[in-house]
Design a protein around this ligand. Structure first.
Ligand code: MF3
Ligand code: CO
Ligand code: CO
Length: 279
């Protein structure tokens, strides 16, 4: 077979009749938009920028800086790369990045709060590049870290890893949450219920929802072309939470530490690809 023919065939297998059929089915049954090759290339590009953003913030994290300073780093870096920050003005969110410290589970708003030695802080970024969204977050140590901080960050990181490893066609959404919940609870930690992963790519939050708890073999079957986030929020104490009067900041009820890691993930023909490849 010559190269041209091979290329045509490969193209055809991706855009095969089955893919088109599944695409239509998933759109009408679940409101899930399966991504085509060109979409995946676009999301990947946004994903690389998102990772660069996290690295840029990480280089500047130290005791004494404010979360507003982190916001300005994200804003400036995003602009320089011809992108837009999805969080800014999203449902009224006032800043370009979420900065969640210690007992803050998610959606912390950058302000004059100063980072202190021993804190942990989650940085959650979502740049829009050429119309495509990539959503990723990491929890960093500020200066030195204590035993509890080390534990919750390592458990949250491992939860994301274990969730991702279940991603392949024919597995189901419930398999992801099951793997995460099992590990978190085995470690004596708890999984946040009220906030979940989500489809992403051509919008910030698309269908489906990806809970970080669940039952093996339950939920929508995974198929190639699905792109969604996995973003477990893991508490050192109980899973219960409340939202502060700013209507955004989510904190643990018991004041315990909470950590989170998030990737944008593609379902491939035989497994997964991480579209926000930080290390
Ligand atoms: N990035 C968050 C997520 O992982 C969403 C933040 S919404 C915002 O889904 F408005 F707070 F930015
Ligand atoms: Co997300
Ligand atoms: Co996010």
């Amino acid at each position: 077979m010559n190269y041209k023919k091979l290329k045509r065939r490969l193209k055809k297998s991706w855009h095969s009749y089955d893919f088109e059929k599944t695409k239509t089915q998933y759109a009408s049954l679940y409101n899930i938009r399966l991504k085509e090759k060109k979409d995946i290339i676009g999301i990947k590009k946004a994903g690389r920028l998102a990772v660069d953003l996290l690295n840029h913030v990480e280089e500047n994290i130290k005791p004494g800086i404010t979360t507003n300073y982190i916001n300005s780093l994200v804003e400036e870096f995003t602009k320089k790369n011809n992108a837009v920050s999805a969080p800014l003005n999203y449902n009224g969110f006032p800043k370009s990045v979420c900065t969640s410290i210690n007992n803050v589970i998610c959606h912390g708003i950058p302000d004059d709060t100063v980072l202190h030695d021993g804190d942990i802080v989650n940085i959650d970024v979502t740049p829009i590049l050429e119309g495509y969204y990539a959503d990723t977050s990491k929890t960093f140590f500020v200066g030195s870290s204590g035993k509890d901080a080390k534990k919750i960050v390592s458990v949250a990181r491992e939860c994301l890893q274990r969730g991702i490893l279940t991603v392949k066609p024919k597995n189901r959404i419930g398999d992801i949450g099951y793997a995460i919940q099992r590990y978190a609870e085995d470690q004596g930690c708890s999984v946040v219920r009220e906030y979940v992963g989500h489809g992403v790519g051509t919008e910030f939050h698309e269908s489906p929802q990806i809970p970080h708890f669940g039952r093996k073999g339950h939920g929508i079957p995974l198929v190639p072309g699905m792109v969604f986030t996995i973003e477990p929020m893991i508490n050192l104490g109980k899973h219960n939470l409340h939202v502060l009067s700013d209507n955004w900041t989510v904190v643990t009820d018991d004041g315990s530490l909470s950590a989170q890691f998030e990737h944008t993930v593609l379902v491939t023909n035989n497994g997964f690809e991480i579209l926000t490849p930080f290390d």
